[in-house]
Design a protein around this ligand. Structure first.
Ligand code: AMP
Length: 273
């Protein structure tokens, strides 16, 4: 595995390879969710590139940038074991200069749900993804459905800017008890981890209700709120794939999303129907 720390090293590494490139952008602290993306990229491409970069522009003032988990050694090992060809591991000043041209998320879809709780977050996400995609020039790029709004906005950016890459959406990987894997789970105490199961439990409830024929979104979100108590719920939302609120679930075009705080840790989860 080649570890490229600069854009010049990355270009040299990529120029030494031939064939399709599968790319998995991450912020590190890799877990089985990330591994699933990498393994899929491995199966579907000749060359696999992973980036590990804790992107400062997607963290708002007061958010957990400095204490975001970093596990360089373990991450390198995981990438190597998963058959990654090139690991891009840049410094902040490799990725950003001063007074740059900005990428801006859409005014509506970028400022609802996650964007309402974290205004400006998606500007940072789209900026770094644009930069990384321009550097790697991948055939396919892999993103988790766990970050559904992020996935949707990146898909829109690729369409709006006529970018030449195929986006592959990967199902959320969960612990056996239902907790969605997240780098932020390490912040949870044992007790909080049990509370955190309320997120996946409420999504399961939503699925069961829909299977029983309950499709009115208000009824479903009320039932979910009951399960999520006493967590500090930031939102429960039921939207279509374009992230528009809908009165009734439409199978094949619905996402149910939650953001909630468990102690001081902010968790998100969702289910696609
Ligand atoms: P992150 O390192 O949190 O930026 O995540 C990197 C990629 O992994 C993103 O596309 C995430 O959506 C994806 N990801 C994170 N957690 C999971 C999970 N539990 N299952 C599947 N994909 C995930």
């Amino acid at each position: 595995m080649i570890i490229a720390r600069t854009t010049v090293e990355l270009r040299a590494a990529l120029d030494s390879k031939t064939g399709s490139i599968g790319f998995v952008p991450t912020m590190g602290a890799l877990h089985v969710g990330h591994r699933t993306l990498i393994e899929k990229a491995r199966r579907e491409n000749d060359v696999v590139v992973v980036s590990i970069f804790v992107n400062p522009t997607q963290f708002l003032a007061g958010e957990d940038l400095s204490k975001y988990p970093r596990k360089e050694e373990a991450d390198f090992k995981i990438c190597e074991l998963c058959g990654v060809d090139v690991l891009f591991y840049p410094e902040i000043n490799t990725m950003y200069g001063k007074d740059e041209v900005g990428i801006k998320c859409p005014d509506i879809r970028g400022y609802i749900l996650e964007g309402a709780s974290r205004p400006g977050h998606f500007d940072g996400v789209l900026t770094v993804v644009m930069k990384l995609l321009n550097l790697v020039r991948a055939s396919r790029v892999y993103f988790g459905k766990k970050d559904a709004q992020q996935l949707s906005l990146i898909t829109q950016m690729v369409e709006n800017y006529f970018m030449n890459v195929e986006i592959i959406a990967v199902d959320t990987v969960r612990e056996s008890d239902g907790l969605a894997l997240s780098s932020r789970n390490v912040y949870l105490s044992q007790e909080e981890r049990i509370d955190a199961l309320k997120l996946s439990a409420s999504l399961k409830k939503a699925t069961h209700l829909v299977m029983q024929g309950v499709i009115e979104t208000k009824a479903i979100s009320n039932a979910m709120m009951g399960i999520l108590q006493p967590l500090k719920v930031e939102y429960v939302a039921i939207v279509n794939r374009r992230f528009e609120a809908i009165p009734e679930v439409i199978i094949g075009d619905t996402i149910v999303l939650i953001a909630a705080r468990v102690g001081s840790t902010r968790l998100i989860d969702n289910v696609w129907m």
